[in-house]
Design a binder for this molecule. Structure first.
Ligand code: HEC
Ligand code: HEC
Ligand code: HEC
Ligand code: HEC
Ligand code: HEC
Ligand code: HEC
Ligand code: HEC
Length: 396
């Protein structure tokens, strides 16, 4: 009798435990890895259809991608290729049925082959590739340049040997993704290394990375479908100018921002100074790569005119604005420029303000070593320091 009762109690308990485990598992699965305050961008689609559709082709949403299926990279049309360090040493890139691989070949022998698990970059100018090494993301030896159609040595890598040893640190993910949970572990020689919680990574910059946690907004709007005004979501336009620029600046001020925790918790309305360990950028000559905030802030158009990021950039427009469209933004504030010192009537004067006042500059921070050569392809961008660059207009 005692035995039977024990058995019954045991069974009930077992069922209870089983059900409890099931419930929590379901909960964990359906929730966003950032926590219950976040809804996930899939939930925005039903009410913000057009914005969600345009985001699919947007550089932010595509700033990184997980390649979880064998054909995940197919749509990017990244070709096979190779990179020659010297006669003995080369890296080969191959599309295979189950994905994109990079192999180290020494005297023709395959010494190491890795499968691409994650891609960084929307492909405007470059892609960086990563593979899982345990719970670390490691950078592949080669980058691909989309305009030059060339495989190049990754920036900062040794120029005479194949390197598979650089981790993609969480700082990259802070600017190129929406979330990544990590643990700090002890590496060799008392170094501290990062390990990711693999399923926590939300690749790409999603709606809530810019707009902040929106679960409460979603619940409210779902329960009150007749309400056509927004509740429980920060309105970007109602923020102060510095807050608006800082929301972009959290990723467009370069890597000089130092935080002990991460910038993932940064929400609209925060300023960069409120980050726990923020140390302001002190460099004198902001590099064109990734420092759009400092460069713009050094311009009179910002200091006097309050020209801000969204004056010229429509985040939700997937089309790439032309020089003429950008120039029309300049003209909206500068209707009557005389250009008295420009002797001849320059054909550009009326419709291309950009090339003279935001000229293309070379980044000093990065460049890409070419195959079979020590030469580098420079990384060039239009500077955001809007100013008069006299040296550009000799003669004309
Ligand atoms: C059930 C419908 C619904 C869902 C789901 C929804 N929203 Fe909204 N949202 C609205 C309505 C209604 C407005 C107000 C009208 C408008 O601006 O489109 C709004 C406005 C907004 C605004 C503008 C706020 C302002 O004042 O400038 C943002 C930003 C926003 N939503 C973000 C999100 C995000 C991010 C998600 C997904 C996580 C989301 N919404 C999901 C209904 C919804
Ligand atoms: C979470 C980080 C992050 C935030 C926040 C962010 N950006 Fe970006 N932005 C990026 C990254 C990374 C890229 C490069 C994407 C790529 O090409 O891979 C980028 C690219 C861009 C581009 C070039 C895209 C193109 O299609 O040419 C513009 C313009 C831009 N951002 C403007 C803004 C503005 C304006 C804001 C603020 C409203 C902002 N960004 C907020 C990270 C961010
Ligand atoms: C890189 C940052 C960024 C990302 C990513 C982003 N937004 Fe926005 N969003 C903005 C900014 C900045 C504005 C204000 C633009 C303006 O007022 O000119 C805005 C405006 C809005 C608005 C109100 C204005 C309008 O056009 O209706 C809604 C709604 C919105 N976003 C929803 C979304 C949704 C949904 C997603 C994801 C699919 C998303 N946003 C992704 C930066 C972002
Ligand atoms: C502080 C934010 C920030 C950090 C950190 C950062 N990036 Fe970026 N990255 C950007 C921005 C902004 C751009 C695009 C515009 C530019 O170059 O200024 C960009 C561009 C790129 C591109 C070219 C994208 C394209 O579409 O052509 C690649 C690839 C890239 N980053 C990879 C990385 C990797 C790998 C790391 C880590 C080693 C990293 N980034 C760290 C902000 C950042
Ligand atoms: C929101 C308004 C606004 C926008 C947009 C704007 N500017 Fe300005 N800009 C100003 C103001 C205000 C000044 C300061 C004028 C002064 O002090 O006389 C200025 C100054 C300048 C100067 C003089 C700089 C110097 O150092 O002497 C140039 C050149 C200039 N802008 C070009 C441009 C170009 C080119 C664009 C487009 C890429 C542009 N601006 C966009 C408002 C704007
Ligand atoms: C006066 C107009 C103007 C303002 C204000 C402005 N941009 Fe730009 N931005 C441009 C132009 C023009 C380009 C070059 C586009 C091209 O090359 O096709 C550009 C390009 C970019 C790019 C692509 C990479 C690069 O640097 O060329 C990023 C990222 C970017 N802007 C971010 C920002 C951010 C963040 C802000 C606010 C801090 C901002 N922009 C303010 C006009 C502006
Ligand atoms: C061929 C190069 C070139 C082009 C194109 C150009 N600028 Fe200029 N800009 C200059 C130079 C050089 C100066 C300084 C000497 C002068 O005023 O002639 C200048 C001066 C300025 C100034 C400050 C002086 C003033 O009159 O207020 C502004 C503002 C300005 N430009 C805006 C623009 C705008 C807006 C456009 C596009 C419609 C444009 N520029 C196209 C070269 C150029």
């Amino acid at each position: 009798m005692g035995r039977r009762r024990f058995f019954l109690i045991f069974c009930t308990l077992a069922i209870f435990v089983f059900v409890a485990v099931q419930c929590t598992q379901v909960k964990i699965k359906s929730s966003d890895s950032r926590g219950p305050a976040y809804a996930g961008s899939a939930t925005c689609v039903s009410c913000h259809k057009n914005l969600s559709a345009s985001a699919v082709h947007n550089a932010h949403l595509n700033a990184s991608k997980m390649l979880t299926k064998p054909n995940s990279a197919d749509s990017l049309h990244i070709p096979d290729g190779d990179f020659i360090f010297n006669e003995q040493t080369k890296v080969q890139v191959k599309n295979r049925v189950d994905g994109l691989y990079q192999s180290a070949l020494i005297n023709g022998f395959d010494k190491k082959t890795e499968h691409t698990d994650m891609i960084f970059g929307a492909g405007k100018s470059a892609y960086t590739f990563a593979f899982w090494y345990g719970k670390q993301l490691m950078q592949m030896p080669l980058n691909y340049l989309t305009k030059e159609h060339q495989w190049v040595n990754s920036p900062g890598f040794p120029d005479n040997q194949i390197y598979f040893g650089r981790p993609i640190i969480s700082r990259c993910l802070e600017c190129h993704s929406s979330f990544a949970d990590k643990k700090l572990i002890q590496g060799p020689n008392f170094t501290i290394e990062e390990e990711y919680v693999k399923n926590s990574i939300i690749a790409g910059i999603d709606c809530e990375r810019c707009h902040g946690p929106a679960a409460q907004h979603v619940t409210f709007q779902q329960e009150n479908p007749t309400v056509k005004t927004a509740k429980y979501i920060v309105s970007y336009k109602k923020l102060a100018l510095s807050q608006r620029v800082d929301l972009c600046g959290v990723c467009h001020s370069g890597t000089g921002i130092q935080t002990v925790s991460s910038t993932f918790g940064f929400k609209p309305g925060d300023t960069l100074k409120t980050l726990p360990q923020y140390s302001a950028y002190r460099g004198e000559d902001p590099d064109v790569h990734g420092k759009q905030k400092q460069l713009l802030e050094a311009s009179l158009c910002y200091k006097v005119g309050k020209a801000e990021c969204i004056t010229c950039h429509n985040i939700h427009d997937k089309s790439k604005p032309s020089v003429a469209i950008y120039s029309s933004k300049c003209i909206s504030c500068h209707q009557d420029v005389k250009h008295e010192t420009l002797k001849k009537n320059n054909a550009m004067l009326a419709k291309n303000c950009i090339d003279c006042h935001m000229p293309v500059k070379e980044s000093h921070a990065i460049g890409f070593q070419m195959s079979n050569s020590k030469e580098k392809i420079p990384y060039k961008l239009h500077t955001h320091r809007i100013a008069i660059y006299k040296d550009l207009v000799k003669g004309e």
